[in-house]
Every structure is written in structure tokens, then in C-alpha cells.
Design a protein around this ligand. Structure first.
Ligand code: COA
Length: 323
């Protein structure tokens, strides 16, 4: 039994915020942001919440897959920014879509979330429990960014991406293999805590926190861990990088992607990028890029793709797919 991606979709809010806009908020410049990250602009959601963005991307993925909402039996949403503690974003999407035969739940693995969700769904499909699943990567990071902190606020944007997968009998098609990992000892390197937890004794209300990050530590982690993970995956599958058409990387920083390419000894031609337009959309970045490639007709039947992510946790992971 295999798990095949049969459709993709994505959604980004209309509101474009350029680097020059940010230079009005904090001491930064378009030149600094572009040269350090490759980002020129990002989308910020004014009116759409996480679940609405996720539902829009999901509708497009279902349409692309020619699947009706009632045919989905599993929905997994990868997000760090659900609209509320509960219900889950996946359950909210289920309600919006009318996916009455599905079960919904969220996965929390920050920017690696879509890879974790894809691996989880693949494993669940392998057991025979589910046949048709909707996997969503969505984040509304602008709501947890400290807009006065120039070291983080220039990096992130909002968006959603989704993929529909289905159990298939054909050998060698769909998800060929995957590896995911985490290191909780490095949790403090990239985190978002509630600054003040609610307190029963003092009656204090909880206050939301903001993203805090040791940028250089994250950079070093990403450029070491991702190539290691991809190499280990490829070796375990007996497939060389020369057989892979695209390495679809989490869009966090152009320089991180360049460094990963160097370490894997592959050209940047194999690493599609859209960070310039959207910034780091966390859980959404990989399915958003996958959907762009799909809609541009760049993915052909039989193409081998590696999808790889990294982020808070720390977490990382890669999945090898045959399109
Ligand atoms: N504009 C202008 N200057 C800025 C700035 C900004 N937006 N942000 C930081 N700086 C300044 C710093 O204050 C520092 O100034 P100083 O030398 O006077 O102290 C200088 O630029 C260098 O800062 P540093 O943090 O060393 O820069 P860097 O080269 O490491 O680049 C990042 C910073 C965040 C771009 C880089 O570390 C990075 O991309 N890390 C990975 C982050 C990431 O991808 N996180 C998400 C992972 S999922």
C-alpha cells in the first residue's frame, strides 16, 4: 500500500507588506533584509484567521484532486498558530468544508509541521485505517511576532498550503520514505511562550507571548541537520540526489537553502524558492511551494521530490515522494 499526493492547494492573504514598510516600523532596510534572507515582501492576514486560510487552501486542494469533502476520512493540520486552544484547526476546517466523514486533529512541529503531518498520515494510511486524507500546513505568525523586534519581525509571513493524499496500490508511487526528528534540549533556541500564564491564586489573566529566537543558532542547526537528514533518507532508500528533480525546502532563508545545496553538492536549480514573495510562512511554506510548482506544471508523473523542513522544537524531517 502506498500514499499518493493527488492534489494541492494554497492560500495567501492579499495584504502585501514590503521590506520598506517594515523599515518604517523598526531600524532596518530593504538591502539588509534581502541580502541576509532573500525576502522582499510577505503577506499579512488582516481578516482571515488560521482556520479560514486553511479552509481556502483545502478547497483548492480538493478541487485540484477532484475529491469531494465527504470523501475525506482524515484531516491533519500542522500549525503553531491555531485560532484558539481548542477546538483544533483541523476540526474547524472540517466544519467549514462539511467533511462529515472525516476525523480531524492538529500536529505541532512548527516549521517542520507539514513534514510531520505527511509522515503521520502516511503511517496511518499504511495501517489501512484511512484512505483519503487532507493535510494542511497553515500559520498566522504575524499574530505572534513582536513587531518592534527587528531580529524576528522581518522574517515571517502568513499563509496556508494543503495536499490531498490517497491510498494507492501501485508500487513505487507516492511517498517512498521519510525521516523525522526532534531535539527538545534545544527548545529555547526558537520559541514562543506565554509571557504570563494565567494564575489561579493571583487571578492574573494569561498574556500572549512573542517569537524569540537565537538566529545564528537556528541557522547553524538548519544547515547541519537538514543535509544529514536528507542524506540518511536517500541512503536508506538507495536513491541518489542525482535522481531527484527538486528538493523542496522549508522557506526560512535563501542563504540557508544555498548552504544546504552546497553541503548536498547539488545546484540551486534543484531547489525551487518563493521566499522572496512570502517570507517564512512556517508550517505553510512547503505545501505553498509544492502547490506553486504543481500549478506551474513543473511536476511530472514519476518525478522524484524530496520535501524537507526544520524549525522550533527543534524539529526536522524529510520525505521522499514520487509524483
Ligand atoms: N535589520 C538591520 N539590522 C539587523 C536586523 C534587521 N532586521 N536584525 C538584526 N540586525 C543587526 C543585529 O542587531 C546585529 O547588529 P550588531 O552587529 O550591531 O549587533 C547585526 O545585524 C548582525 O546580527 P546577526 O544576528 O549576527 O545577523 P545574522 O547574519 O545572523 O542574520 C538572521 C540574522 C536572523 C537573518 C539569521 O541569523 C538567520 O536567518 N537565522 C535563521 C533564522 C530562521 O530562519 N528562523 C526560522 C527557522 S524555521
Amino acid at each position: 500500500m502506498g500514499t499518493k499526493i493527488i492534489g494541492t492547494g494554497s492560500f495567501v492573504p492579499d495584504h502585501v507588506v514590503t521590506n520598506n514598510h517594515l523599515a518604517e516600523l523598526v531600524e532596518t532596510s530593504d538591502e539588509w533584509i534581502r541580502s541576509r534572507t532573500g525576502i522582499a515582501q510577505r503577506r499579512i492576514s488582516d481578516s482571515f484567521g488560521t482556520s479560514q486560510m486553511a479552509a481556502e487552501a483545502s478547497k483548492r486542494a480538493l478541487e485540484n484532486a477532484h475529491v469531494k469533502p465527504e470523501d475525506i476520512d482524515l484531516i491533519i493540520a500542522a500549525t503553531s498558530t491555531p485560532d484558539c486552544c481548542f477546538p483544533s484547526a483541523a476540526c474547524e476546517v472540517q466544519g467549514i468544508l462539511g467533511a462529515v466523514n472525516a476525523v480531524g486533529m492538529d500536529v505541532s512541529a512548527a516549521c517542520s509541521g507539514f513534514i510531520f503531518a505527511l509522515s503521520t498520515v502516511d503511517a496511518m494510511i499504511q495501517t489501512g485505517m484511512y484512505k483519503t486524507a487532507l493535510i494542511i500546513g497553515v500559520d498566522n505568525l504575524s499574530k505572534i511576532v513582536d513587531w518592534s523586534d527587528r531580529s524576528t519581525c522581518v522574517l515571517f509571513g502568513d499563509g496556508a498550503g494543503a495536499a490531498v493524499v490517497r491510498a494507492c496500490d501501485e508500487n513505487g508511487q507516492g511517498i517512498i520514505g521519510g525521516q523525522i526528528g526532534s531535539d527538545g534540549k534545544k527548545a529555547a533556541v526558537l520559541s514562543c511562550w506565554s509571557r504570563t500564564m494565567g494564575n489561579f491564586l493571583t487571578g492574573k489573566k494569561p498574556e500572549p507571548g512573542y517569537i524569540v529566537m537565537e538566529g545564528q543558532e537556528v541557522f547553524k542547526f538548519a544547515v547541519k541537520k537538514v543535509p544529514e537528514c536528507v542524506e540518511a533518507l536517500m541512503e536508506s532508500m538507495g536513491i541518489g540526489m542525482d535522481e531527484v528533480k527538486y528538493l523542496i525546502l522549508h522557506q526560512a532563508n535563501y542563504r540557508i537553502c544555498e548552504s544546504i545545496a552546497r553541503r548536498l553538492r547539488i545546484s540551486m536549480d534543484k531547489i525551487p524558492m518563493n521566499i522572496e514573495k512570502y517570507g517564512n510562512t512556517s508550517g505553510a511554506s512547503i505545501p505553498l511551494l509544492l502547490d506553486e510548482l504543481n500549478r506551474e506544471g513543473k511536476l511530472k508523473k514519476g518525478d522524484k521530490l524530496v520535501l524537507a523542513g526544520f524549525g522550533a522544537g527543534l524539529t526536522w524531517g524529510a520525505v521522499l515522494v514520487e509524483w
